[in-house]
Design a protein around this ligand. Sequence first.
Ligand SMILES: NC(=O)c1ccc[n+]([C@@H]2O[C@H](COP(=O)([O-])OP(=O)(O)OC[C@H]3O[C@@H](n4cnc5c(N)ncnc54)[C@H](O)[C@@H]3O)[C@@H](O)[C@H]2O)c1
Ligand SMILES: CC(C)[C@H](C(=O)O)[C@@H](O)C(=O)O
Ligand SMILES: [Mg+2]
Length: 357
Amino acid sequence: MSRSILMLPGDGIGPEIVAEAEKVLHKINEKFGLELHFQSALVGGAAIDETDTPLPDETLEKARKADAILLGAVGGPQWDSRPMASRPEKGLLGLRSNLELFANLRPAILYPQLASASSLKPEVVSGLDIMIVRELTGGIYFGQPRGVRELESGERQGYNTYAYTESEIRRIGRVAFEAAQQRSKKLCSVDKANVLEVTVLWREIMEDLRREYPDVELSHMYVDNAAMQLVRAPKQFDVIVTGNMFGDILSDEAAMLTGSIGMLPSASLNSEKQGMYEPCHGSAPDIAGKGIANPLATILSAAMMLRYSLGEEKAAEAIEAAVSKVLDQGLRTADIMSADGRKVSTREMGDAVLAAL
Ligand SMILES: NC(=O)c1ccc[n+]([C@@H]2O[C@H](COP(=O)([O-])OP(=O)(O)OC[C@H]3O[C@@H](n4cnc5c(N)ncnc54)[C@H](O)[C@@H]3O)[C@@H](O)[C@H]2O)c1
Ligand SMILES: CC(C)[C@H](C(=O)O)[C@@H](O)C(=O)O
Ligand SMILES: [Mg+2]
């Protein structure tokens, strides 16, 4: 069965890391006879420079038709002074909302080979395997009204709205309960229900869902405590479910537990399991063009694509095993470099994964 994959390299290190993941996907395509067809399009700053908009209609059209999308990253200082509505990040947010990619899965797994790259002690992080389920198309990122207004006093006020409907909470809750059922049957819902009404409702709906999933042990935690617990004793968590902004922050924190943000992949899915796959990190303008970015989060995102949108579990496992093998060989990009490692470039890391396949 032929499937179409849309590649969106984006900005900064985006094109460098997507090139490596694309090589890996081509190889997998051949090896497993998958009939994947590749297209590419512009998004973010790259699209602004060519078309003056971060999400051209043509890109959105291609994205709607694709079975899955692989995105590098968007954004960079050269576009930071643009008005909010036309910044590169709006390209990414527009894809998420137009395709209704409400379920963002961000697995933080510590490869045993990288225990020393984590900023936490090996005994605190060894064996770490957490799944953060982040709501991606609602909450304060999309709530209305929003903007900067002038008050009667003449002073300006910036404001956003943090809102969730019951149905938005319920659908992400189901994804998280089902993920927990597939794993250790432990789910922690993270909120700020001691202060914010929107998360009082969040907690109520999660409690309500508990009755549909009696085999899952549900707990609740305030987000400030969760941020602390993640560095104190991260292995107490299995699946975490949370809203858009808390999930953004906690997933970067969880990334560091695994040694580097360059290791954390993600899947953003809609209810038809159509998905956009991207590393959790950004366009890393500080290292762009130097050929030193870690491409593994993007390569692992390609593995998630095979698993969640294309139903090719064996091909996904082959990529994950190849990544593990290159780490066994001691190959390290700068961000995960250790005393006994061999430092490699972005391209060398991609080539090593290919060879391991
Ligand atoms: N999904 C996305 O497209 C996405 C995500 C986050 C940030 N951004 C955008 O990226 C730009 C930079 O944001 P930022 O600096 O806050 O976050 P960032 O994730 O781009 O970088 C944070 C730090 O991590 C390092 N880093 C990130 N990815 C790496 C990799 N693969 N290998 C090695 N090191 C890596 C960077 O060099 C930097 O020091 C901003 O414009 C932001 O809006 C985009
Ligand atoms: C670039 C930005 C819009 C994005 C977000 O905040 O969701 C990023 O930080 C992420 O984690 O994917
Ligand atoms: Mg983020």
